[in-house]
Design a protein around this ligand. Structure first.
Ligand code: BGC
Length: 352
C-alpha cells in the first residue's frame, strides 16, 4: 500500500510550506508541495533498481518564485496563452493581466503556480490534496473559483493527478500540470535522445509569439508526426519557432472527457519510461528551448536548453477566443475536471 508522509518545503514570508512524499512498494517517491500544488521531486528506479530524480525543479520556494519556468506546477486559472490578454463571454469582454508581451500566459502575473494552496495528506492512502480559492476578478477572470488538485500514487506505479474546479458564475478554466521530465535524471543533460510517441493526428500551429493561429494541421509528413514514436531530437531542427524547438498543442485522438492514452516517453539508456493518459483535448509538448541561460536547479544542477520535456495535457491554448476549438467554459453549478494518469515503467533498449 502506498504511503504518504509530510515534510516542510521551506518557508514563504516566515510561514512553513507543507509538503508530502508519496511512496510505493516499487521504490517510487513523489514529493509534492503546497506552493503551486506542484511536484518538486520524483524518485524512480531504473530496471536495475538505481534511483534517479526524473523531474526538473529547485531546492527552495524562493527559487521557484524567482523562475518563470513553471517547473512541476499547477498552472491556472488558464494554463497556456490567451491572445491579447482578453476574451469575451456572453458578450462581455474580460481583460486579463498581461505577462507575456501583449498576451496572457499560464494564469497571469500571480497565477495558481505562485499560491500557497491549502494542503491535506492521507497517510495510509498515498494521497495528497491541495485546494485553492481564487476570488472573482483575480487576474481579470470573472467568477470566484475553488480549485483542487489531488495526487495519488499506487503500488503498480501509476501517479494519478485529478484537477477539479467550480465557479460561482460563468468563466473559463484550464488547469495545467507543468512537470518537465528527464527520465535519465533531472541533472543528466538533454532529452533529445528520449523517444516520444503521441496519439495525435493534428497539431495547432502557432505564430511568432507562440499563440495558436487557429489553424488545425494534419501531422502527416511534418516534424509533428510522433504517431510511430521517434527520438525527440530527430526532426527538432525543422521546427522553427521562437521557442527553439517544440512548443505546440497537439490534438489528442479520441473523445475528450474520457481517459485515453496521450503519450509515451522513454529513455532508452536507463530504460525508464512513462505512459500518459488523460481526458483532456490537447497536450502541449514543450522541449525546454528557453533554458538557454542555465538556471541553477536542484542540488546546483545546471538546466541548459532541452534539459527536460513538458507534456502538458490541457484545453487548447487561446480556446476562449477561438470558437472552433473545444470549449473551455465553466458555468456556475458545473464541475470542471481534468484527469492525468502517469504510468511509470521500464522498457528494454529497443524501446519496447
Ligand atoms: C509554454 C512555453 C513556456 C513554458 C514556460 C510552456 O507551457 O508553452 O512557451 O516557455 O511553458 O513558461
Amino acid at each position: 500500500m502506498a504511503q504518504t508522509e509530510s515534510f516542510e518545503f521551506g518557508t514563504v514570508g516566515g510561514v512553513p510550506v507543507p509538503g508530502f512524499v508519496l511512496r510505493n512498494a516499487l521504490g517510487v517517491a513523489v514529493s509534492v508541495t503546497a506552493l503551486g500544488a506542484r511536484i518538486v521531486r520524483l524518485g524512480m528506479p531504473d530496471a536495475l533498481g538505481r534511483a534517479a530524480d526524473v523531474v526538473l525543479g529547485f531546492d527552495s520556494p524562493q527559487d521557484y518564485l524567482a523562475s518563470d519556468a513553471y517547473m512541476g506546477a499547477t498552472c491556472g486559472r488558464y494554463g497556456g496563452r490567451i491572445r491579447g490578454s482578453a476574451f469575451a463571454l456572453d458578450g462581455e469582454v474580460h481583460r486579463l493581466s498581461r505577462n507575456e508581451g501583449a498576451h496572457h500566459a499560464h494564469g497571469g502575473r500571480d497565477g495558481f503556480d505562485r499560491k500557497i494552496w491549502d494542503a491535506a495528506g492521507d497517510a495510509a492512502a498515498g494521497e495528497a490534496v491541495f485546494t485553492l480559492d481564487s476570488p472573482d476578478g483575480e487576474e481579470g477572470y470573472p467568477g470566484a473559483v475553488s480549485a483542487s488538485v489531488a495526487y495519488r500514487l499506487d503500488d503498480l506505479g501509476t501517479l494519478a493527478i485529478d484537477m477539479r474546479a467550480r465557479s460561482d458564475r460563468a468563466t473559463v478554466v484550464n488547469l495545467v500540470h507543468h512537470t518537465y521530465w528527464n527520465l535519465a535524471g533531472h541533472d543528466s543533460g538533454s532529452i533529445l535522445g528520449h523517444r516520444l510517441q503521441l496519439d495525435a493526428d493534428f497539431v495547432t500551429p502557432v505564430d511568432e509569439s507562440l499563440v495558436p493561429t487557429g489553424e488545425v494541421l494534419r501531422v502527416d509528413g511534418t516534424p509533428f508526426d510522433f504517431r510511430e514514436g521517434k527520438p525527440i531530437g530527430r526532426d527538432l531542427a525543422l521546427v522553427a519557432t521562437a521557442a527553439g524547438g517544440y512548443d505546440h498543442n497537439f490534438c489528442v485522438r479520441g473523445e475528450a472527457g474520457r481517459l485515453r492514452r496521450v503519450a509515451a516517453l522513454a529513455d532508452p539508456a536507463s530504460g525508464r519510461a512513462l505512459e500518459l493518459h488523460s481526458d483532456a483535448s490537447g497536450v502541449q509538448v514543450y522541449t525546454g528551448g528557453h533554458f538557454k541561460v542555465a538556471a541553477k536547479g536542484k542540488g546546483g544542477a545546471r538546466y541548459r536548453q532541452y534539459a527536460g520535456v513538458a507534456l502538458e495535457t490541457q484545453a487548447f491554448p487561446d480556446a476562449p477566443n477561438l470558437s472552433h476549438f473545444p470549449g473551455v467554459r465553466l458555468d456556475a453549478g458545473c464541475e470542471y475536471r481534468h484527469r492525468m494518469r502517469i504510468r511509470l515503467h521500464h522498457v528494454t533498449e529497443d524501446g519496447r
